[in-house]
Design a protein around this ligand. Structure first.
Ligand SMILES: [Zn+2]
Length: 304
């Protein structure tokens, strides 16, 4: 099978990104005006440079993004994003390095940048009026000194809190850097879940107080192996998410250091929230990730 042109040709990749991000015409990043720019043509200009008529400034679809700053050709980014988003279980930097033929160090950087972007895709409150949000916490990592995760810098177990909306299948997961206290768990819940929804959790005291801020709080007994409570509520979805995450980390990534845990959680949440079982195609999944990377302009200044 032939490799698509957007993976091998910089111009094709750029046009692909322009079509994706500029559905209504080119957007000037300097003044924000839409569809009032002309593409500059001529031997002295780089391809893909546009000039805004109102503000007269030049720009391109990648200006100020990691795509521009990284010096990695755009088609390699497009290829890498497609591979990361199409894989079901995860994709190692080593596989990326071999497939798209960049150095291992470059592949590792790209993988981490893609994971960071995956965490920025969702921002609307979960649950909604009449809906529900399942919350649960788990411990990640093996702290025995001979274990792989210990040698990779995981010297203590990390706490992860995850939220799942069972109606639309969306998951979000958070590494609790300072451990899980009721206050930090509350912060995560109220910034990610709609308080008009029903909170569903286990009987942990972490959720007792914040539960009162929601339309309703349903608890499921874990110790008693009560998988569905008397009102029909369950935390099965969020537990399944943790199962997928832990299997994936063991199988593909062979554990990760604590400092990278959040990015891997982003990757697994993104994949879970955009899985094919929810009707999300490979193309749409890749589109969402690409938009997220390109939509984030880096704020640091260019060195002179
Ligand atoms: Zn402008």
């Amino acid at each position: 099978m032939a490799i698509p042109k957007i993976y091998t040709d910089e111009t094709a990749a750029r046009k692909h990104l322009e079509a994706l991000l500029w559905a209504e015409g080119p957007i000037c990043p300097h003044c924000g005006v839409v569809n009032e720019a002309t593409e500059l043509k001529g031997k002295s200009t780089r391809p893909g440079v546009w000039k805004c008529r109102p503000c007269q400034k030049p720009f391109s679809v990648t200006v100020g993004t990691v795509f521009e700053r990284s010096k990695i050709p755009l088609h390699q980014w497009v290829w890498a994003v497609d591979m990361y988003t199409a894989s079901k279980k995860g994709f190692s930097a080593h596989q990326l390095h071999r497939t798209i033929k960049v150095t291992y160090k470059t592949a590792w950087f790209m993988a981490h940048r893609i994971r960071t972007a995956m965490g920025d895709v969702a921002d609307a409150p979960m649950g909604g009026e009449g809906g529900q949000v399942q919350a649960d916490e788990t411990y990640y990592g093996n702290t025995s000194k001979r274990s792989k995760s210990y040698r990779k810098g995981l010297k203590r177990k990390s706490v992860v809190v995850a939220l799942v909306d069972p109606a639309n299948g969306e998951a979000r997961a958070f590494h609790m850097v300072d451990g899980a206290g009721a206050n930090v768990v509350r912060e995560i819940l109220v910034t990610n879940a709609d308080r008009k929804a029903t909170l569903v959790s286990d009987e942990s005291s972490l959720y007792t107080k914040v539960g009162r801020e929601f339309a309703a709080h349903q608890t499921v007994l874990h110790a008693g192996r009560e998988y569905v409570n008397k009102d029909g509520f369950t935390t099965n979805n969020v537990e399944n998410f943790f199962g997928t995450f832990k299997r994936g980390m063991r199988g593909v990534y062979h554990f990760c250091g604590e400092q990278h845990l959040q990015r891997y959680l982003n990757e697994f949440s993104f994949r879970y929230s955009n899985r094919s079982g929810l009707g999300v195609s490979d193309a749409l999944r890749a589109e969402r990730a690409l938009k997220s990377i390109a939509g984030k302009r880096l704020t640091y200044r260019r060195p002179h």
